[in-house]
Design a protein around this ligand. Structure first.
Ligand code: AMP
Length: 191
């Protein structure tokens, strides 16, 4: 059973590549961002609190995220093929809690980071903002999200490197080009 952590800055293509992996291999794709947006769309009080955080470009608390992840682990039944975690973990406490959760299940996760330079990230998110309807795909919030990424998520690189579990893909080319690299990297683990 393969757990894949697809990491990278906002706009690096995690969601797109996760969808392609899901189609090709039947992995289940979990995007914490999508889960949070579903909660917002439901119109619940909880969703309103989440919306206030996301639309400012800040991260939702680790407690909320770990609660969602644990609930997901409990609900997902057929995990034989593998799971893709898109946008999680995003902080060191999340990575530590996730490591513990996997250990309890005698499972491991493979970390793959999609690397894209900053100018390209901004251009992609601005472009996505034209159609995504996302409250956080505008220049002010994009700038904030990139700052938050550098401060809170980038330290995960050291975390996974120290565990000899850090792989990178150049995500700056076309969707197909990135997917080909990802596919080649994963060939080592997929039978
Ligand atoms: P994404 O769709 O992955 O770009 O996530 C959109 C927003 O959801 C982020 O900017 C955060 O506010 C929130 N979010 C998603 N995943 C996480 C996470 N693992 N930890 C904290 N906040 C998250």
């Amino acid at each position: 059973m393969l757990n894949i952590i697809l990491s990278g800055a906002p706009g690096s293509g995690k969601g797109t590549q996760s969808d392609l992996l899901q189609k090709k291999y039947g992995f289940k794709h979990l995007s914490t961002g999508d889960l949070l947006r579903e909660e917002i769309a439901s119109g619940s009080e909880f969703g309103k609190r989440i919306d206030a955080i996301i639309s400012k470009g800040n991260l939702v608390s680790d407690d909320i995220i770990m609660h969602l992840i644990e609930r997901y682990f409990e609900s997902v039944d057929d995990r034989a093929v593998g799971l893709i975690f898109d946008g999680f973990p995003r902080t060191l406490p999340q990575a530590e809690a996730f490591e513990q959760l996997l250990k309890e299940r005698q499972e491991e996760a493979l970390m793959i980071n999609l690397v894209v330079d900053e100018q390209e990230l901004v251009a992609r998110m601005l472009n996505r903002g034209k159609t995504s309807g996302r409250s956080d795909d505008n220049i002010d919030v994009i700038t904030k999200r990139l700052q938050v990424y550098h401060r809170q998520t980038e330290p995960l690189i050291g975390f996974y490197k120290s565990r000899n579990n850090y792989h990178t893909i150049d995500g700056s080319g076309s969707i197909n080009n990135t997917f080909t690299q990802l596919d080649q990297l994963l060939a080592k683990w997929i039978r």
